[in-house]
Design a protein around this ligand. Structure first.
Ligand SMILES: [Zn+2]
Length: 160
């Protein structure tokens, strides 16, 4: 027999004996365990407080609740890219960083005017040259439809 401390959805805590842990799990799954106070069958195991002290006094458990301080907010795209880079195989990340370095070395950064500039180059209004920058999905689609050659690559952040 084992004694479990249980807690219902309303927060009532009570102790209950079970033949073994499997019995408890089975009964819990079938909602056969009722709260001793309110009868609710939404019951789960409460964490047993470790008892410290000779006379069985319960030491108060302090749970430090540190409020999650939001970091200086990077844009959702940057966050996404950072998360992607984090889970990316090392080789792939290094390859992408290499490509990024190449592009930065050989191409002109046009920032968010990428679509405009790519169009100008395509239609001969601007010097033919390599450029890089940011563009939206819609713009990228429009460029592709106009037959403008460009490549997309995940611009992963350096550093991490
Ligand atoms: Zn209850």
């Amino acid at each position: 027999m084992i004694l479990y401390r249980l807690r219902c959805a309303k927060g009532h805590e009570f102790d209950s004996w079970f033949k073994d842990s499997k019995t408890y799990e089975r009964q819990e799954k079938k909602s056969l365990i009722g709260c001793a106070v309110c009868g609710s069958s939404k019951v789960e195991r409460a964490i047993m407080a470790p008892r410290i002290g000779k006379k069985g006094k319960e030491a108060p458990i302090e749970v430090a609740e540190t409020p999650a301080t939001p970091p200086a907010a990077p844009s959702p795209e940057q966050q996404q890219m950072a998360a992607l880079a984090k889970h990316m195989p090392k080789e792939l990340r290094e390859a992408l960083l290499k490509v990024r370095a190449e592009v930065e070395k050989n191409c002109e950064h046009v920032g968010d005017k990428f679509a405009d500039e790519a169009r100008k180059i395509h239609y001969g209004e601007s010097d033919k040259r390599g450029i890089y920058g940011e563009t939206s999905d819609e713009e990228a689609e429009a460029l592709a439809e106009e037959g403008i050659e460009f490549g997309r690559l995940p611009w992963i952040p350096r550093g991490n």
